[in-house]
Design a binder for this molecule. Sequence first.
Ligand code: FUL
Ligand code: CA
Length: 487
Amino acid sequence: MRPSLLLVGSLLLSATVSQATEPPRPYGATPTERQLRWHGLETYGFVHFTVNTFTDREWGYGDESPDTFNPTDFDADQIVQTAKRAGLRGLILTAKHHDGFCLWPSEHATHSVKQSKWRGGEGDVVREISDACRRHGLEFGVYLSPWDRNHPDYGRPEYLTYYRNQLRELLTGYGPIFEVWFDGANGGDGYYGGARERRSIDNRTYYDWENTQSIVRELQPDACMFSDAGPDIRWVGNERGAAGDPCWHTVSGDGVWPGHADTKVLNQGERGGEHWRPAEVDVSIRPGWFYHASEDDRVKRPADLMKIYFESVGRGANLLLNLCPDRRGQIPERDVQSLAAWKNRLDQTFATDLAHGARATTSNTRGDDPRFAPGNVLDASRNTYWSTDDPVTSAELVLELAAPVTFNVVRVREHLPLGQRVDALEVDAWVDGAWQTVGRATSIGAQLLLQTPDTTTSRVRIRITDAAACPAISEVGLFRMPDEAAP
Ligand code: FUL
Ligand code: CA
């Protein structure tokens, strides 16, 4: 008896082991580790600050005297703390804008803070902002304009050596860099060491991007590179603060390079594209990128910032919100106020997940395995997810709440390492004894914030109505955004 029982036992055991459910296979393009980390950042800031702040321009010509840069009370802590209080998780500084003036004492430049009377030529804005970022726990990134309207060699091969040397300085002298921002604007007229002429370059070939990018990979392997063409992050195609609806993380083809791209494709991405290249939404808190006193009355209000948040982060993109230090070298008070009020509204909305403590059930759980159980969408971890059996590409997930709640925002996240799988979903609420559809969406990806009418219920149903592969949903949350009139 004994041996045969053992035999049966071990057969059963091996049957169970061999049936252990495999996770779903990834669908299509998937993010790299560095892109995954970047997705987790969601909101961070830009800082546009240079001679333009003092000349009241957006694009300097390149003939500005270094003495033009003369902040009266530069305070990196004020800038970084303002960003931090607004919930921004990093800052990307214009180390050099198109005018060519360097905010750090570059060894290779003759047009930098070193040549300026500011702090007797001893100042280094990149150092102070990056140090303040570390002190306050923010990531730090750099914008190094490829177009340089000051440099005599711009347009010739020699300039590329200069540009790359500068990049090396920034990537080796200021600690970890989370993002390198390659702007697409280039060519045209400028000072160019006194030539004062128009220089056109072929922005497809001139910069030899492949070899410039390899410098970033070598020196800062964790940094994501931004440009119209990535390689890690793409421009969203406008500066208004809105990702497309839908906004896919993928794009196809290689016919884009910095300064050349189809803005509609950048805005919406391309379903099934072979490159994982998610969108970053860059927008300024003021009409311009640089501070202009004439725009003091046009600072975006908390409600404007809220709308931008929903149309960027709420569509799976990241938000890069630009701040404009003034001539003191600080964020103006009214911008500080607006940012703080926006953060307050975000907190009021997202501090309480009304789905907390709910019970989740589904029409299908992959292999009936707890590893893929519906409760995984409620555990506040992006690493665990609910999934279905392979052939199941439409499925329901029901949240039974302990008591009725009133919500107007539904947050859904896909498990990104498995790719972007869902093509359509609907959200229903159990109201007056029947299911009522309160919202519909297409792409999910990193995050979908679906706004619905105020809905009071104790039962919510998420219906995945179409997916390219069995869904893998990592998180679902319910929130209530207070009325706009609320403080
Ligand atoms: C653009 C630039 O030309 C603007 O001056 C600004 O830096 C913006 C973020 O990118 O292409
Ligand atoms: Ca989870």
